[in-house]
Design a protein around this ligand. Structure first.
Ligand SMILES: [Zn+2]
Ligand SMILES: [Zn+2]
Length: 258
């Protein structure tokens, strides 16, 4: 009985990995292709060494497996043992649970991210991710296992906090995966939706986190950074400059906005 359950849980984790890994590779390839069209609008002038990119690619294979283990175990506990909150029904319920999950994960990410930037945790937990100062799309999932235990363990517990159907959590995870890859791309791909008046982050937000280190800790929204005074003082001005540079290049090449 226990053996069957372990096999069943392992199969669920394998399915999640089979979803996350191609999503990572495909989104990196697409974002890199889009970035080449606006090459002159690169946020940082510094180039990322090829050896560093290969390091991030290799580590991502293991890091995504760790995320799949947590997401898959959470899903298995929910679907096989019924552990967690019943999903909210209807279109409103789906929309509510998706937005609630975005807000809760952003809160989870912000505070645990601040925690692992403290001297007590930084060296052993988070330093690996920051060794890439000029991130590329492939850098998104380059983390140590223990780093994932802080930032990505949300997916293990999400069904206990949010009345979300499994498909809603999977949609949120894919949103997080894709926006994370875009956020590390080094090019401001965001359009109107990430202007300083919008609560959503653009690429500039996390690019500054890699450059300046002690700022911009959130992942989906700028709310927590604005509220807690951790948004980089030049964030809004640089975001505008980067958006303007990207828009000018797109106009020049008559490329429709993504
Ligand atoms: Zn960090
Ligand atoms: Zn990063």
């Amino acid at each position: 009985m226990i053996g069957e359950r372990l096999i069943s849980c392992a199969e669920t984790i394998a399915v999640v990995y089979a979803i996350l890994l191609p999503s990572y590779v495909a989104s990196c390839l697409v974002v890199n292709r889009l970035s080449r069209r606006i090459a002159a609008a690169k946020i940082q002038s510094r180039q990322t060494p090829p050896s560093q990119i290969r390091r991030d690619q290799r580590q991502s294979l293991a890091s995504l497996a760790a995320i799949a283990a947590m997401f898959g175990t959470g899903h298995w506990l929910y679907s096989e043992l019924g552990w967690g909150l019943a999903p909210a029904d209807g279109v409103f319920g789906v929309a509510f649970s998706f937005i609630a999950s975005l807000v809760l994960f952003d809160t989870w990410f912000y505070w645990f991210h601040r925690l692992i930037h403290t001297p007590r945790f930084y060296g052993r937990v988070h330093r690996w991710h920051h060794l890439t100062v000029t991130p590329v799309a492939w850098s998104n999932n380059s983390d140590r296992l223990v780093d994932n235990l802080f930032l990505q363990s949300y997916w293990l517990f999400a069904h206990f906090f949010i009345p979300a159907a499994p498909a809603v959590l999977l949609a949120h995870k894919l949103y997080d995966q894709i926006t994370g890859v875009v956020g590390h791309s080094g090019y401001e791909h965001g359009g109107e939706w990430c202007r300083p008046t919008s609560p959503l982050v653009g690429v500039t937000h996390h690019d500054q986190h890699h450059r300046f280190f002690r700022c911009n800790y959130a992942t989906h929204f700028t709310w927590w950074d604005r509220l807690m005074g951790t948004l980089h003082p030049d964030h809004d001005a640089e975001l505008k400059r980067n958006l303007t540079a990207t828009a000018a290049l797109r106009r020049a090449t008559r490329q429709p906005a993504e």
